[in-house]
Design a protein around this ligand. Structure first.
Ligand code: SF4
Length: 418
């Protein structure tokens, strides 16, 4: 690899690390020349395919030049940073070389915007087309759509990419206006709508014609930056719910803002990225997608923010004690899913197992129920005594005390071992 390509790779892989919409990037671990290998926070990231496989991707920008000046973005035009741009051929050759050497299983390609949206999108399209048609590349490709790019280019790109995504950036239009006055959510919705329409159309055609081409088989996703603007968790999750519904998204990613510039519209440099908040938002997202919760149940006027010290499912249960205790042996599957300490897989097993007799505590534990948490919300065949009439705050204290003592026990074990 030439020195210049290596330089570009350093700049453009580093600039891409702020985009979390392909799941994960690694940490940095330096080799002191006595060990084996080292790792960088940028360059290779991981994502999950439809069948659950974890694949490693070369994660880069085509360029970090940009005509826009979004205050939250490291590539904004007013930021005094080193700039670089790959040619189409360079991205293709890097991908193929890394793929052949088994370093990666695919490519995550995004870009700053040079000249205009179509000029940039057209280059991204040339990369994926060349990879698929000339190099016969069958690895995974996640392609970022450029806001404002024309419908034809987006539709054509979808024929070669596995997943496409476009960042919403700020959860609300007003938040976006504050930090990126040149952008708006409509520009994001249009490409999402194009992809969705095409997905529906080709799905129908596939029923009639076997030769219908594949189009974005891994679906589309978006990302929101959290904590840069003053939206509540309620605002954020309502936006996510609307986008899941309107554009059949596979995923919404929540990226805690990492302060990168001195700008009085943004959190001050040195403030901590909101990592726990980010985690709670992912848990809420999960509850909406797999547990049948509506966003209004978890976040509303009375509770516009998620609890930081407990997860959103427990928080909901403590605010809705009128639904509990739930009798495990007769309750509907949907209600069992709402019990803290019971996940999707345990709920399914409970419904299966109770066909053969009433379930007891030891069976629930074997099934995988986190009984110490669930016991405050359930009855089963051998519930020891009438469940006490505790208040939500008391139950929360018991659960927090128990989970803390669990970690304390682990600490003690570590001390004995070493
Ligand atoms: S358009 Fe994209 S790359 Fe350019 S400054 Fe805004 S967020 Fe950054």
């Amino acid at each position: 690899m030439s020195e210049r390509i290596r330089e570009k790779l350093n700049i453009l892989a580093d600039a891409a690390k702020y985009d979390v919409s392909c799941s994960s990037s690694g940490g940095t671990r330096k080799n002191d020349n006595k060990g084996l290998g080292d790792s960088h926070a940028s360059g290779i990231c991981h994502t999950y395919t439809e069948d659950g496989r974890c694949v490693s991707l070369l994660k880069i920008l085509l360029t970090n030049h940009c005509i826009f000046d979004c205050a939250f973005c490291v590539s904004r035009k007013s930021n005094d940073i080193e700039r670089a741009a790959f040619t189409v051929e360079e991205v293709v050759s890097l991908t193929i070389n890394f793929y052949r050497r088994n370093f990666i299983e695919g490519l995550f390609l995004s870009s700053g915007i040079f000249k205009n949206a179509d000029f940039t999108m057209e280059r991204l399209l040339r990369v994926v087309k060349k990879l698929r048609l000339e190099e016969r590349f069958n690895g995974y490709i996640h392609l970022k759509t450029i806001p404002g790019a024309s419908e034809e280019l987006i539709r054509e790109a979808g024929l070669y990419a596995d997943r496409m995504s476009i960042n919403l950036e700020m959860p609300t239009e007003s938040g976006l206006k504050l930090l990126a006055p040149e952008k708006n959510h409509e520009e994001v919705k249009k490409p999402l709508a194009v992809v969705q329409r095409q997905l529906i159309q080709l799905k129908d055609e596939k029923k009639l014609f076997k030769s219908t081409p594949t189009f974005v088989p891994a679906g589309q996703s978006t990302q929101m930056v959290i904590g840069a603007t003053p939206e509540t968790d309620k605002d954020i999750m309502h936006t996510a719910a609307a986008f899941y519904k309107d554009f059949s998204l596979k995923r919404v990613y929540y990226s805690g803002y990492i302060p990168i510039s001195n700008d009085n519209r943004l959190p001050v440099l040195g403030s901590q990225p909101p990592l726990i908040r980010e985690n709670r938002l992912y848990q809420t997202d999960w509850l909406m997608r797999f547990y049948g919760f509506h966003v209004n149940e978890l976040l509303n006027e009375a509770n516009p923010h998620l609890d930081i010290d407990i997860d959103p499912k427990l928080s909901w249960a403590l605010r809705n004690l009128q639904y509990f205790p739930v009798d495990i042996n007769v309750a509907a599957y949907k209600m069992i899913l709402r019990i803290p300490g019971i996940g999707v897989s345990s709920a399914k097993k409970i419904v299966q197992a109770r066909k053969f007799g009433k379930l007891r505590i030891d069976q629930l534990k074997k099934i995988g129920v986190a009984y110490n948490r669930a016991k405050h919300f359930i009855t089963c065949a051998d519930t020891p005594y009438q469940l006490k009439d505790y208040q939500g705050t008391q139950i929360k204290t018991f659960i927090l005390a128990e989970s803390q003592s669990k970690y304390l026990k682990h600490d003690v074990q570590q001390l004995i071992l070493f």
